[in-house]
Design a protein around this ligand. Structure first.
Ligand code: ADP
Ligand code: MG
Length: 327
C-alpha cells in the first residue's frame, strides 16, 4: 500500500464574511513531493495554506496530517512550517537569532539550537552572515533565512506562500535551488503556491491548478500541460496560452508550438514578437485569434496573409462548458 498523504485537505470550505473563498477544496500532499499549487491572484492560494496551517478557521471539511485529524488543533501544534511572502523576519535580530528564535521559543535547549542553526545555515549558504542583522541582507539572503528557519522546525510539511515572486529573475533561479535543498534535506513534502505557471511547470513534481477556490486539475507538469482538464487550464498553464478555435459544439485547442504554416485556415499577421531564436506570431482568423511560434529567420511581416495548419494529433477538444473531451 502506498504511504498515506502527509497532508490532506478534505472538502475544506472557508468563507470571508459572506463570500465563500474555498469551495470543498480537496488536495493531498504525498510524502517527499514538491507540490506546486498555481492559480491567479485572488484564487484562494493564501487562504488554502492558512487553513492547512490552522491560521484560518474552516466552515466545514477536515485537515489531516499523517492521517491524524488536526482540524481543531491550534497552529503551533500542527507541525507545519509556513513561509509567508513577506518572510516575517524579526528586523532587530541577526541571522542566527532569526533562524533559531522559533525553536527557542518552543523550549528547545540553547546549545542544541545553536548547533542546528550552524548546520542549517551551511546548507543555505548563510554561514558567513550569521551575525548580521537581517535588515542588512539582500532580498535573496533574507529569503534563505526564512527557509532555514522553517527547516529548523523539522516540520511534517512545508507551506511556502509565493516565496519567489518578489525576487528578480536571477535571484529567483537561485531560490529555486534553495527550495530543492529544503525538500531534499529531510524528506518532508513542500507545498509551494504561486501565481506563475512557468514556475509551477519548472519546479513541481505535481501541479495543482486552483481556480476561484476550487482545484480544477492535479497532475505532473507534463500531464497538466499536455492534457489540460478544461479551457481555463489550457489558457493559464504554459509559456503561452493554448489557442482556442470556436466551433458549434465548443472549442478546439492547439498549442502555439503545434501551429505551422500549412493549409487549414487563412490568417492575417497582426504582431510579431521577438523571443530568442523564435518569433511569437499573432494572427487573426475567421475562427478567432491564433498565436504560433516560428524560427526567427522565417517570421512573416505584419500584414502578410498566410495559411495555418496543424496535425490532428495535436488538437484538443473541449465542450461548450470548456471541459476537455477525450484523451
Ligand atoms: P491568493 O493568495 O490566491 O491571491 P487569497 O487567498 O489571498 O488569494 O484570497 C482569496 C479571496 O479572498 C480574494 O478574493 C480575497 O480578496 C479574499 N480575502 C482574502 N483574505 C481576506 C480577508 N481577511 N477578509 C476578506 N476577504 C479576504
Ligand atoms: Mg496570496
Amino acid at each position: 500500500m502506498p504511504a498515506p498523504p502527509t497532508l490532506e485537505l478534505r472538502d475544506v470550505v472557508v468563507s470571508h464574511g459572506r463570500r465563500r473563498v474555498l469551495h470543498a477544496l480537496r488536495l493531498d500532499v504525498r510524502p517527499g513531493e514538491l507540490l506546486v499549487v498555481v492559480g491567479p491572484s485572488g484564487s484562494g492560494k493564501t487562504t488554502m495554506l492558512r487553513a492547512a496551517a490552522g491560521l484560518e478557521p474552516v466552515d466545514s471539511g477536515r485537515v489531516l496530517i499523517d492521517g491524524d485529524d488536526v482540524t481543531g488543533t491550534p497552529p503551533g501544534d500542527r507541525d507545519l512550517a509556513m513561509v509567508f511572502a513577506d518572510l516575517a523576519l524579526l528586523p532587530h535580530l541577526d541571522v542566527a537569532a532569526n533562524i533559531g528564535f522559533g525553536e527557542l521559543a518552543r523550549g528547545a535547549r540553547r546549545r542544541e539550537v545553536r548547533a542546528r542553526v550552524k548546520e542549517v545555515a551551511a546548507d543555505f549558504a548563510l554561514t558567513d552572515l550569521l551575525r548580521r542583522r537581517v535588515t542588512r541582507l539582500s532580498g535573496g539572503e533574507q529569503q534563505r533565512v526564512a527557509l532555514a528557519r522553517a527547516v529548523l522546525r523539522r516540520p511534517a510539511a512545508y507551506l511556502l506562500d509565493e516565496p519567489l515572486s518578489h525576487l528578480d529573475p536571477v535571484l529567483r533561479e537561485e531560490a529555486r535551488t534553495q527550495v530543492q535543498v529544503l525538500r531534499e534535506r529531510d524528506g518532508a513534502p513542500v507545498v509551494l503556491v504561486t501565481h506563475d505557471p512557468h514556475e509551477a511547470l519548472a519546479m513541481a513534481d505535481r501541479v495543482a491548478v486552483l481556480r476561484e477556490g476550487r482545484i480544477v486539475q492535479v497532475g505532473t507538469p507534463e500531464e497538466v500541460y499536455s492534457s489540460p482538464a478544461d479551457t481555463f487550464v489550457a489558457r493559464f498553464v504554459g509559456p503561452l496560452p493554448m489557442n482556442l478555435l470556436t466551433r458549434e459544439d465548443g472549442h478546439v485547442g492547439v498549442r502555439p508550438e503545434h501551429v505551422r504554416l500549412g493549409d487549414d485556415l487563412d490568417a492575417r499577421i497582426e504582431r510579431v514578437e521577438h523571443a530568442g531564436t523564435e518569433a511569437v506570431v499573432h494572427t487573426t482568423t475567421e475562427r478567432g485569434p491564433v498565436v504560433l511560434r516560428l524560427p526567427w529567420g522565417e517570421r512573416p511581416a505584419v500584414g502578410d496573409r498566410v495559411r495555418l495548419g496543424w496535425s490532428r494529433e495535436h488538437l484538443h477538444a473541449f465542450d461548450r462548458d470548456g471541459r476537455r473531451l477525450s484523451r
